[in-house]
Design a protein around this ligand. Structure first.
Ligand SMILES: [Zn+2]
Length: 521
């Protein structure tokens, strides 16, 4: 029997920007889940990519004196490189200018057209090009976009419309049923009120095409119409896994519906209202969950390029390393809520959690193994465990369950705390058992072996649960313990059961995993 499919996505990022802390946040969070689910045996498919169409892209290309495709081709590598730098293990990278996407979008329009959910109409209203969003006259104040504050333009054109207004009741039923079943469609559930009141307020039909420019996927009917860029972008979630391609029907059936769409809270309406309605109209299942995370704030302001927050993923990775970068954002900000980030707190987390707790535990133990046992894992203890032994093993035994419960809620902070409970107890254990004293007398040498074995075993287990967030250092810890490739683990719970560290394994000391960082003044 083949493993269960676990399909998760990030939004596809707009090609007019470059990777920044916000897009990296979503992508790292999804990656940590993807890595964890591979370790629990799921058949993971992790998709990210680029949104390359729309008026804004066409304009930017024109200003740069290149074709829109050349413009996209010049930006795409920056995203690919950034995700490689951050250790992202996406299984696919879709660009909406690819043929597979175009074919899927056209098949989708044909399906909706045939089902009677599209009609031709006349659109009049305001359009914000930077946001690629329509607004009504009531929403627009003094010709300014209600979302970004920049100028909007009045648009009057013939468009194709999607009968979104017919889906209000079915959407409300979806939200209600899923919540009653304990698997809410919109998570965290605190975000659902905004969506509910929007839908209850009555939905208007949605203009899905544009005729004033050509940089988009042409509608298969309706000469001169290209797909509205937001709709174009949403469809990537199905076109990437083969929608509209008869040769990929099996793959599509196996992968869809997605388990998670990771999104920022600013695009929740597109994903929780328009997207499920589109899927319903096409007779497709809706995803299991749309998870809308919060914003990263610096002194209360959203992190964004336009507001001049100068830190980039690359500059932080250079200073802290990729694992510490991933750890900081997932540990210090409660996923789902807005969270403040700062250089001070990043240095604190690094020195406290990583250098002191985790890095130091590994260093001390690997050093003592070398000093007292010539760098070889001693035999596991055979006598009755002491209270300290029992406590340490208790934290290790509790970890898989606690971690799973937290990760099922995308509560990365609590998952990492569970790993830290074990790490901290291992540090306490070394302090209380004081191997350096046990090494002094012949009769305490068996106890010394027991203590070192138990502590090394705690490190082996802790590394497993650090791996989804800090893959590089966990692999290194397993390496130094003479164990196999940690990323090949497909049953983390079984791998974590106590006592599997083989006696006789060669342990290597290596350099500090997280050398202390001193704050620049
Ligand atoms: Zn705007």
């Amino acid at each position: 029997m083949s493993a269960e499919s676990f399909y998760l996505t990030t939004p596809i990022y707009y090609v007019n920007s470059v990777p920044h802390l916000g897009t990296a946040y979503t992508t790292v969070a999804a990656d940590a889940l993807a890595r964890y689910r591979r370790m629990t045996g799921s058949d993971v498919h992790y998709l990210t990519g680029l949104d390359e169409h729309g008026q804004k892209v066409a304009q930017a290309a024109e200003e740069a004196g290149v074709s829109p495709q050349e413009w996209c081709d010049s930006i795409a590598p920056r995203f690919v490189e950034a995700w490689e730098m951050l250790g992202i293990t996406n299984d696919d990278f879709i660009r909406t200018t690819e043929e597979r996407h175009k074919r899927g979008v056209q098949a989708f329009w044909q399906a909706l057209h045939d089902a009677g959910y599209l009609y031709q109409g006349h659109y009049e209203g305001w359009y914000c090009v930077p946001c690629e969003t329509y607004f009504t006259t009531e929403q627009v104040n003094a010709h300014e976009c209600p979302s970004c504050g920049r100028g909007v333009e009045f648009i009057r054109e013939d468009n194709w419309f999607f009968k979104l207004s017919e889906f209000g009741d079915r959407l409300l039923e979806l939200y209600e049923t899923r919540s009653a079943e304990g698997r809410p469609f919109i998570r965290p559930e605190t975000r659902s009120n905004e969506v509910l009141s929007f839908v209850k307020g009555g939905l208007k039909d949605l203009s899905i095409s544009r005729t004033t420019f050509t940089w988009g996927v042409p509608l298969p009917f309706g000469e001169g119409h290209v797909t509205y860029v937001w709709i174009d972008a949403l469809l990537n979630y199905i076109t990437a896994i083969g929608y509209g391609d008869p040769e990929k029907a099996e793959e599509f059936a196996r992968r869809w519906p997605a388990q998670y769409h990771f999104v920022g809270k600013d695009i929740i309406r597109f994903h929780c209202v328009i997207w499920p309605a589109m899927l319903m109209a096409a007779g497709l299942e809706v995803p299991e969950c749309v998870y809308a995370h919060g914003f990263l704030l610096t002194k209360g302001e959203k992190m964004s390029k336009s507001k001049g927050n100068a830190q980039t993923p690359a500059s932080l990775v250079e200073r802290f390393g990729v694992d510490a970068y991933r750890y900081y954002f997932l540990r210090d900000v409660r996923f789902g809520e807005d969270g403040s980030i700062s250089m001070e707190s990043m240095v604190q987390r690094y020195n406290g959690d990583l250098a002191n707790d985790w890095g130091n535990l590994c260093s001390r133990l690997f050093n003592m193994t070398e000093k007292y046992f010539e760098g070889v894992v001693p035999a596991p203890p055979t006598g009755a465990p002491t209270d300290a032994d029992t406590s340490l093993r208790g934290f290790a035994d509790a970890l898989p369950g606690a971690y799973e419960t937290a990760m099922a809620r995308l509560d990365y902070g609590t998952a990492l705390e569970a790993a830290w409970d074990l790490i901290k107890d291992a540090n306490r254990y070394i302090e209380s058992e004081a191997p350096w004293n046990l090494a002094k007398a012949e009769e305490t040498l068996p106890r010394l072996a027991a203590v070192i074995y138990n502590a090394l075993e705690a490190v082996r287990v802790a590394a497993l649960f650090c791996a989804p967030v800090m893959p590089g250092t966990s692999a290194e810890v397993w390496n130094r313990l003479g164990l196999g490739n940690i990323h090949a683990v497909t049953d983390i719970s079984a791998a974590a059961s106590w006592g599997q560290l083989p006696a006789g394994n060669a342990v290597s000391k290596g350099d500090p995993l997280f050398p202390r960082i001193y704050e620049e003044s």
